[in-house]
Design a protein. Structure first.
Length: 381
C-alpha cells in the first residue's frame, strides 16, 4: 500500500516534491497567505521552496508568522482576518502540527462568521478557504487528517473535525525534518507511535484504520529503538523517511478511529506543565497498551509481529524515551479526571474504561500530595 491508495486525499510525497509539483499551487488562485511560525519553516528550507513555487506560478503571497505552539482561537481568527484583508485565494500552512492546525482553523474563519468564536467547536460550518499543507515534523500527521487541535484562549485544547478540513494538497517531504533536534525528534516520533497504537485499539477502528496503523507502527517503532541509544542517528536519511511516512500513516489512522485516553491526559500536562505533547501523551501509553491488550487479546500477536517486538520491549522503549521526574498535585490529578469525563477519547477506549480509572492512573504515575504548586520536574531525556 502507498499513499496513492488513500481515498479523497491529495498527498504529494517524496524528495523535492514541492519543486517537482510546483504547478499545483497555480491551480488554487493568484493570492496566497503563508501561515507559519517564526523558525521551523525557514530553518527546514520549506518556506524557501514554497516561495519559489509560488513565484514560478506568478502567485502573490503574504506571510503570517504569528503561529505559536498550541495555537489558540485568537490566532486562528487572526489568520482568517489576514486572509480576508489580503484577498487570499488560498492558505499555505508550513510547519508541524501547530502551524498546520492553525492553518486549518484559519481557513474556517476566513469565510465564516460566528456569533461567538467558540461556536467553531460545534463543527457546523459548510465552507472553508482552500489550503495547502507542508509538514516539517514527523509527529501529528496533520498533513493528512481533517482535525484541528485549537486551544481555547484560556488554554484548554479542543478539537475541530469536519470533512471540509482536508488540505487541497499536502506536500510531504522528509528532508524538512532534518533540522529537528534530538528532543523534538523523540517527542514527535512518540506522538506518531501513540497515534498508531491508540487508533489500532479504538472502539471506532476499522480494518482500514488498522491497516494504516500497522503501516505506521512498523515504520516508527524500530526507529524509536535506535533513538534510545544513538543521538547521532538523527542525520540518517532512512530514519527520517521512515519516521515521517510513519507519522502520515498514523494521521490517516486517527482520522478514522481517533485517539485513546492518553491524549486528553497528556493535554493537561502540556497546558499546565509545558511538557511537549508527544511526551505528555506517551507517559500514559504503557498503561493504555496494557489495558488494550487485555481487552482485545486477539490483536496481541498481530501487533507484535507487525513491529517485530514483544510487549516488554515496547514498554521498555517508551519508558526510556519518556524519562522524567515530573510530579503533580492532587488538584492537577482532579483536572485530568475532569478532562476525561467529557473527552471523546475516553469513550473510544476499549472495554468499560472510566474517567475514574484514568484519574487513578495519573495519581499512581505522578501524584505528590506534598506539592504546594500544581507540578514540579521536567522531561529529563
Amino acid at each position: 500500500m502507498d499513499f496513492g491508495d488513500c481515498k479523497n486525499l491529495r498527498i504529494v510525497w517524496g524528495n523535492n516534491c514541492i519543486d517537482r509539483n510546483a504547478q499545483l499551487f497555480g491551480r488554487l488562485g493568484k493570492y496566497a497567505l503563508i501561515v507559519t511560525g517564526k523558525n521551523s519553516a525557514r530553518k527546514s528550507g520549506a518556506l524557501a521552496d514554497v516561495i519559489n513555487a509560488l513565484e514560478r506560478n506568478s502567485v502573490r503571497y503574504k506571510l503570517f508568522e504569528e503561529v505559536v505552539e498550541n495555537p489558540t482561537l485568537s490566532v486562528a481568527e487572526g489568520i482568517g482576518e489576514a486572509a480576508r484583508k489580503f484577498g487570499a485565494d488560498f492558505l499555505v500552512g508550513i510547519g508541524g502540527g501547530s502551524a498546520l492546525d492553525a492553518t486549518r482553523a484559519g481557513s474556517i474563519f476566513a469565510v465564516n462568521k460566528f456569533r461567538k468564536s467558540s461556536d467553531v467547536y460545534k463543527c457546523e460550518f459548510e465552507e472553508t478557504l482552500p489550503f495547502v499543507c507542508g509538514g516539517t515534523t514527523a509527529g501529528t500527521g496533520s498533513e493528512v487528517d481533517s482535525i484541528a487541535i485549537i486551544s481555547e484562549d484560556g488554554g484548554k485544547k479542543r478539537s475541530i473535525k469536519n470533512a471540509k478540513l482536508y488540505a487541497w494538497f499536502s506536500f510531504c517531504d522528509p528532508k524538512y525534518t532534518l533540522s529537528l533536534s534530538y528532543r523534538q525528534t523523540v517527542s514527535t516520533a512518540l506522538d506518531a507511535f501513540c497515534h498508531c497504537l491508540e487508533s489500532w485499539f479504538s472502539k471506532a477502528s476499522t480494518e482500514e484504520s488498522r491497516e494504516y496503523a500497522a503501516q505506521g507502527a512498523a515504520l516508527i517503532y524500530p526507529n524509536l529503538v535506535k533513538l534510545v541509544g544513538d543521538r547521532y542517528i538523527l542525520y540518517n536519511k532512512r530514519l527520517r523517511e521512515e519516521l515521517y511516512y510513519g507519522s502520515l500513516w498514523g494521521g490517516l489512522a486517527i482520522d478514522i478511529a481517533g485517539t485513546g485516553f492518553p491524549h486528553p491526559c497528556g493535554y493537561v500536562l502540556t497546558e499546565t506543565c509545558g511538557v511537549p505533547h508527544g511526551i505528555a501523551t506517551a507517559v500514559f501509553e504503557n498503561a493504555f497498551l496494557r489495558h488494550s491488550l487485555n481487552e482485545l487479546p486477539e490483536e496481541r500477536d498481530r501487533l507484535f509481529e507487525t513491529i517485530g517486538a514483544g510487549e516488554k520491549d515496547i514498554y521498555d522503549t517508551i519508558t526510556a524515551l519518556t524519562k522524567n521526574n515530573i510530579r503533580i498535585s492532587k488538584e492537577l490529578c482532579d483536572e485530568i479526571g475532569e478532562r476525561l469525563k467529557t473527552a471523546p477519547a475516553t469513550e473510544r477506549t476499549l472495554g468499560e474504561f472510566s474517567w475514574e480509572e484514568g484519574k487513578q492512573l495519573a495519581e499512581i504515575r505522578f501524584l505528590d500530595r506534598r506539592l504546594l504548586e500544581k507540578f514540579s520536574g521536567r522531561w529529563t531525556l
